[in-house]
Design a protein around this ligand. Structure first.
Ligand SMILES: NC(=O)c1ccc[n+]([C@@H]2O[C@H](COP(=O)([O-])OP(=O)(O)OC[C@H]3O[C@@H](n4cnc5c(N)ncnc54)[C@H](O)[C@@H]3O)[C@@H](O)[C@H]2O)c1
Length: 332
């Protein structure tokens, strides 16, 4: 099988090449993202395209993939909002993903963002480097005994709920499908409005769907507690960025941590340090002292990358052998 990778970074090449010693597929790497132009790079001998979060796998691209006789689209991530599944099914192209490579990696990054913002570690780091040892402006709060609202309690949200519970917080959760085990561990499922009204900290862990798009919007922000800390390590479009900037300016939102951003496909995973950023909203956000932006790195641990490479190649091995993937919730 020949696999064409799009949006491939040096670490993708390192981890996939290492893992491929057990699979012996033919791997071809493109650093460019997949879209209706770059799809033309695919040669007739390619069976599979392997894509990541910001590759554009819409109807037009899938139609071209079908013309090129591509059989499989392998996502090397969990979220699949960037793939038009209906069109893929129509053309008989199988789509697979890596559903749960390391929920701990993302939950730990969420925790890191929360702690950094709350105790202003990002500011302290810079101050001390300039021999400014003053504490003025660095006051935080205890996380202990605060109320944390978690939206989406799947693999990642469940780990995050448990971490927060272990820190002595009250955890309120919202999910279309409440998790009985979490309930038994003292996590209380409530309606979204109660999450907005009672939470000191809100963390987003639901997928991006038409229902969850802009779940953080002017109305939901209005319902939140003054000074709420909002963290999004899920998908950028869960947050209406414009409304969130207004919420920050009005001091309704006390701090914002985002690992994902509405327009991230134009900037993330690239070194733009020598250029002037054209995205004015992102530039504005990065200038706020109470905003922490990381560039979609929550998944980025050694364990997660090892697992992503193994599961992606094993998904394809199974599809090639039996046209299905056993018991992993990986086939879409
Ligand atoms: N930043 C990163 O590096 C990174 C890495 C992996 C995943 N993610 C994002 O995290 C998200 C969650 O990942 P996961 O592995 O926990 O997924 P998951 O499928 O295990 O869990 C998602 C949960 O959201 C719930 N949900 C679906 N629609 C909902 C709605 N309308 N309202 C509330 N809850 C809803 C589902 O019932 C499920 O319990 C992914 O969709 C992906 O977008 C980000």
């Amino acid at each position: 099988m020949k696999i064409a990778f799009f949006s491939s970074q040096p670490y993708d090449i390192t981890f996939f090449n290492k893992c491929n010693k057990d699979f012996n597929f033919e791997l071809e790497y493109f650093d460019i993202g997949l879209d209706d132009q770059t799809v033309n790079l695919i040669t007739e001998d390619v069976d599979t395209v392997c894509v990541f979060v910001n590759d554009k796998v819409d109807a037009a691209v899938i139609e071209k993939l079908s013309e090129k006789k591509v059989k499989y689209i392998a996502l090397r991530c969990a979220g699949f909002n960037n793939v038009d599944l209906e069109t893929a099914h129509k053309f008989g192209i199988k789509v697979c993903r890596v559903p749960a490579y390391s929920p701990e990696a993302v939950a730990e990054h969420t925790l890191a963002m929360l702690f950094t913002l709350n105790r202003k570690i990002h500011k302290a780091y810079n101050r001390v480097r300039e021999q400014n040892f003053s504490l003025n402006g660095l006051l935080g709060t205890n996380i202990y005994k605060k109320t944390v609202g978690v939206i989406g309690t799947g693999n990642i949200g469940a780990v995050f709920c448990r971490m927060m519970k272990a820190l002595g917080t009250e955890v309120l959760a919202y999910d279309l499908y409440p998790n009985d085990k979490l309930k038994a561990e003292g996590i209380r499922y409530v309606e979204l409005d109660e999450i907005f009204a009672k939470s000191d900290i809100i963390s987003l862990h639901c997928p991006l769907t038409p229902e969850t798009m802009h779940v953080i919007n002017p109305e939901s922000i209005e319902k939140m507690k003054e000074g709420v800390i909002l963290i999004n390590t899920s998908r950028g479009k869960l947050i209406d960025t414009r409304a969130t900037i207004q919420g920050l300016r009005a001091k309704k939102i006390g701090a914002l941590g985002i690992d994902v951003y509405e327009q991230e496909e134009n900037v993330f995973f690239r070194d733009l340090s020598g250029t002037i950023l054209e995205d004015e909203r992102l530039q504005l956000l990065t200038s706020f002292p109470n905003v922490l932006v990381t560039a979609h790195q929550a998944f980025f641990t050694d364990e997660a990358l090892t697992q992503i490479a193994y599961v992606t190649l094993d998904n394809l091995k199974q599809l090639q052998a039996t046209n299905k993937i056993e018991g992993r919730n990986a086939e879409l």
